[in-house]
Design a protein around this ligand. Structure first.
Ligand code: SF4
Length: 458
C-alpha cells in the first residue's frame, strides 16, 4: 500500500494514521521525516522489489506547520536524523524539500548543540549549500555516492546531474565538513574497476568512513537486474581485499557475522584510537581487565569518556594499548554491529516465566544469538533457536526487519510436527511496528491464536 499525507486528506482516518507514524518517527527514533520525493531513481531502491500488500507511506514535502510541530518533539540529547527512515515512511532526498535550508536553520536555533545527521545523494549539494551547512555544525553527512563515474551513476541512479554530485565530496572536504561515503555495489553492471575507483575516490576526498551496503534482491526483482550466480562470495572477497588496501575504514553491511569476537573493523584517520595504536583486524581481549561480551559492548564501553587499558591480539601477539577518550570526543574506532548483551539477558529473563522457549531469529541474526545465549545460559533452561527464512520476499533477504507473520507461522508449524509444543515464542521486535503489526499490517498476536503459544517481541 502506498499512501500519502496529501493524497489521503479526504480520508481523515488514513491522514491521522500517517501523522501518527510521523510523530512516532520523531519521538521513538529522533528521525525527522521531510519528504519521500527523490530527484534520482536508483536501480537498487528497495521499494521497487516489494511483494504486494507491503505498507509504505509516500510523503510529499511536509508543510512548514507540520515541520514545526514535529520539531517540538525532537530530543536535544540524541543526534537528529534526516533522510533516513525507521518506520514505514519511504525515505527521500531531503534537499528536494523546498524549505530544507530553513528547516536546518530552525533546528540549529532550537538545538544549538545537537548533532544533525543528513543522508543525501549529493546532487543538490552546491557550494552555497555546503557553506551554509558549515555554519550549522555540528553535523555529519552520509553521502550516497555509489559510483565516481558520471556515466555509471547515470545508469544505476538515473542521475542527470551526476557531474554535480561528484563535486560534493571535494566541496565537503574543502569546507572541512565530516562525511561518510556510501556505495551500493553492483559490479555486474558498473564493472569491478568502477567499484575500486569509487572506494579510492572517497578515500582521496577525505571521507571518514566508507559504508558498502550489499544490495538485496527479492523474488520480485526484475530479471535484468538480478546478479549472476555466486555474486555474493565474489563481491565479499573483492571488498575485503579493497579494505586491506584502503586507509579509510570500510564497512560492509550487513556484515554477515558468525561470531561475537570483538574484532576492529577499522580506525578513523587522525583519531584517538589511531594515535593510541589500535588497528584494523586486532581483536580486543579485555578492556580494563574485563572481557567484552561482543563487538557492540566493546564499542559502547570505549565510546564513554575515560581512560582504558585495552589488551588486543593480532595474529598471536598480545599488546596493551592505553586509550583516553575525553568528554564530547569520539574514539574513532569502527566496529561491525553484532549483538548487545541486553538482548541475551532479556531473552534469559523470559525463560523464568516459561518452561519451553522457541526463539525465532532472522537468518542473519541466528548464529549470533546462538552464541550469545550459549555464553549466558544457565543449566536446565530449555531454549531452542531456529532461523526463519524469508519466504515472502525470497531472494537474498535475511534480515529480521522484513519477516512477516506468515514466515514465522510456517517455521512454527514445521517445528511442532516433530517437537513438543513450546509455551513461549520469542520473536524479533524489528519485524513489527510499535502496534505489533508486520509489514502487511498483520499483528503478531495472530501467531498466538494460530499456535496456542504465548508470544513476546524482543
Ligand atoms: S537516492 Fe535514496 S531515496 Fe533516492 S532513489 Fe536512490 S535509494 Fe531511493
Amino acid at each position: 500500500m502506498v499512501s500519502s499525507i496529501n493524497s489521503v486528506r479526504k480520508r481523515p482516518m488514513a491522514d491521522r494514521l500517517v501523522k501518527q507514524v510521523l510523530f512516532r518517527s520523531v519521538q521513538n527514533y529522533n528521525i525527522l521525516p521531510l519528504t519521500s520525493c527523490c530527484n534520482v531513481s536508483c536501480l537498487f531502491c528497495s521499494h521497487r522489489q516489494n511483494p504486494a500488500g507491503i505498507e509504505a507511506y509516500f510523503l510529499p514535502p511536509l508543510d512548514w506547520e507540520t515541520v514545526e510541530d514535529l520539531v517540538m518533539f525532537l530530543s536535544p540529547q540524541k543526534k537528529i536524523v534526516i533522510g533516513e527512515s525507521a518506520t514505514r515512511i519511504m525515505e527521500g532526498e531531503p534537499f528536494t524539500h523546498p524549505r530544507m535550508m530553513d528547516i536546518l536553520r530552525l533546528l540549529r536555533d532550537k538545538f544549538p548543540l545537537t548533532g544533525i545527521q543528513l543522508t543525501t545523494n549529493g546532487t543538490l549539494l552546491d557550494e552555497k549549500k555546503v557553506s551554509l551547512l558549515k555554519s550549522l555544525e555540528p553535523l555529519e553527512i552520509n553521502l550516497s555516492l555509489n559510483s565516481c563515474s558520471p556515466g555509471m551513476r547515470q545508469i544505476i541512479m538515473h542521475d542527470n546531474l551526476a557531474e554535480e554530485a561528484l563535486k560534493a565530496p571535494a566541496r565537503l572536504q574543502v569546507a572541512g565538513i565530516s562525511y561518510h561515503g556510501s556505495i551500493v555495489p553492483m559490479p555486474w553492471i558498473t564493472g569491478w574497476q568502477d567499484l575500486a575507483q569509487t572506494v579510492f575516490f572517497l578515500e582521496e576526498k577525505g571521507a571518514r568512513t566508507i559504508r558498502v551496503f550489499l544490495p538485496g534482491f527479492t523474488r520480485y526483482t526484475e530479471e535484468k537486474l538480478q546478479p549472476p550466480p555466486g555474486w555474493e562470495k565474489e563481491l565479499l572477497a573483492f571488498l575485503k581485499d579493497l579494505r586491506e588496501k584502503c586507509s579509510v575504514p570500510l564497512t560492509i553491511e550487513p556484515p554477515g557475522l558468525l561470531d561475537l569476537k570483538p574484532i576492529i573493523t577499522g580506525v578513523i584517520k587522525g583519531s584517538k584510537a589511531e594515535a593510541a595504536g589500535l588497528r584494523r583486524g586486532q581483536m580486543i581481549i579485555s578492556i580494563n581487565g574485563l572481557t567484552p561480551f561482543s563487538r557492540v559492548e566493546a564499542f559502547r564501553l570505549l565510546s564513554e569518556p575515560g581512560k582504558y587499558e585495552i589488551k588486543v591480539t593480532d595474529g598471536g601477539t598480545e599488546h596493551i594499548i592505553i586509550l583516553e577518550v575525553c568528554p564530547g570526543e569520539k574514539s574513532g574506532l569502527v566496529m561491525d554491529y553484532d549483538l548487545p548483551l541486553s538482548l541475551a539477558t532479556e531473552i534469559l529473563n523470559l525463560t523464568k516465566k516459561a518452561e519451553k522457549v522457541l526463539v525465532l531469529a532472522s537468518e542473519w541474526g541466528e548464529p549470533l544469538l546462538r552464541e550469545a545465549l550459549h555464553k549466558t545460559m544457565r543449566p536446565g533452561i530449555d531454549i531452542t533457536i531456529v532461523p526463519v527464512p524469508n519466504r515472502t520476499f525470497g531472494g537474498t533477504i535475511k534480515s529480521a526487519g522484513l519477516l512477516l507473520v506468515e514466515d514465522f507461522l510456517k517455521v512454527i508449524e514445521d517445528y511442532v510436527q516433530d517437537q513438543e509444543k513450546p509455551d513461549l515464542l520469542v520473536l524479533p521486535g524489528l519485524a513489527f511496528d510499535d502496534r505489533g503489526r508486520d509489514l502487511r499490517g498483520r499483528n503478531y498476536q495472530d501467531l498466538v491464536e494460530r499456535t496456542g503459544c504465548r508470544a513476546v517481541l524482543v
